[in-house]
Design a protein. Sequence first.
Length: 434
Amino acid sequence: MKEIKIGLIGFGTVGSGVVRVLQENAPLIEQRLGGRIRLHRIADIDLERDRGVQVPHEILTTDAEAVLSDPEIAICVELMGGIEPARTFILKAMKSGKHVVTANKALLALHGAEIFAAAQEYGVRIGFEASVGGGIPIIRSLREGLVANRIISIFGILNGTSNYILSRMTQEKKGFREVLKDAQRLGYAEADPTLDVEGIDTAHKLAILAALAFGIRVDLNDIFVEGISAITPLDIQYSSEFGYRIKLLAIGKGDGAKVELRVHPTMLPAHHLLSTVEGVYNAIYISGDAVGPTMFYGQGAGGLPTGSAVVSDLVDLCGDIIKGIKGRGSHLPLVSSQQGAIKAIDEVVTPCYLRFTALDRPGVLSTISGILGKHEIGIASVIQKGRKIKEAVPVVMMTHEAKGSDIHHALSEINSLDIIRAKTTVIRVEGDIA
Ligand code: NDP
Ligand code: HSE
């Protein structure tokens, strides 16, 4: 039986998940592949920590160079994360003729063009199924299953950590910080969890999906990004009173002159399928012109689900090596020469949830609604509970569809009023996801 040797750099949450999948499903994988995937070397800084899996001691090394410069290794699996030295390692592996598998969405979103150009130059391939949606095979689905479609829109819950936090804040009324600690303990969060909770990790994943779906080169700076760290239990409670759930959503719409790409907490109708996605689960709701709406669902983070995606790339690459297939590209490349025109958030039109923190005085509601009206913003409903003469109280409004620039100007004016005691919270609403 033909044996393909692979090297792993990064024996953390995902690295150990990969090793477990390779070990536990070895007979199945060998039978399906008609060959054997041999884990030849594992590099990690810390060789003492218990990884929950047993590997022969002699394959462990603290030196990534031992993977990169070993001519027997055909595929280098990069699971250390971060930008450097991961970028340098991947470029070096490719230069020495190794195929690469990575889950590093931050690196692909920032340096994808350079990495894919190098892969082409050196005649190697890169597998990145695990970079979006954890265990959900969304990259392959977009590139193969949906290749016949013009993609109209993508709505994705793409960050397991944030969805886990929002779900537990909703169900158990727990505070943000407490739940984040659990997500870290469970191995869902990035080494720097601000990437998760500030929406940056979701933007990295949206950049990858949008490049595939809309065939454009995405500059991360063009994606509007807002995280969940300012969402309070009060917003969650009000949103459910209005019949909505709050999710951190990646939104991509490609059916206008400009592509719309944004990441922010979003209020979705409570009955929508995406609203039912809880905990570490991710879901990607994609509409194509021929297929209509589709939804992909599964665990978006964690060692084993992500390991499943990494190993799927390994099987794919090893299959080609065994069959002697070289240079198989995809019909949907990750990197396009076409720079996409992205709609600015000021141009985006949505209904909005606005939570003002206002002194409870006569005339407050009419002052706020007057300013909103002046900026062409119509009010659909208002909630104000509790009466406190001296303290500020929450005043919540749902607007009709409003342009981003109008919301922006109105809130600048309202936030500077004496009666307003804190920055107004804005949550955009997507009421009509088809
Ligand atoms: P971990 O931090 O758990 O694992 C990374 C491992 O790499 C650590 O053991 C780290 O050692 C080691 N490492 C760091 N630098 C080097 C180096 N120079 N040489 C060798 N080893 C090194 O991260 P994850 O497994 O969670 O994530 C890995 C990648 O997968 C990231 O790109 C992440 O974004 C991505 N990903 C993660 C998912 C998840 O659920 N966790 C899901 C999907 C993608 P030390 O800890 O000592 O620094
Ligand atoms: N930190 C990421 C998440 C890992 O929580 O979704 C999966 O990409």
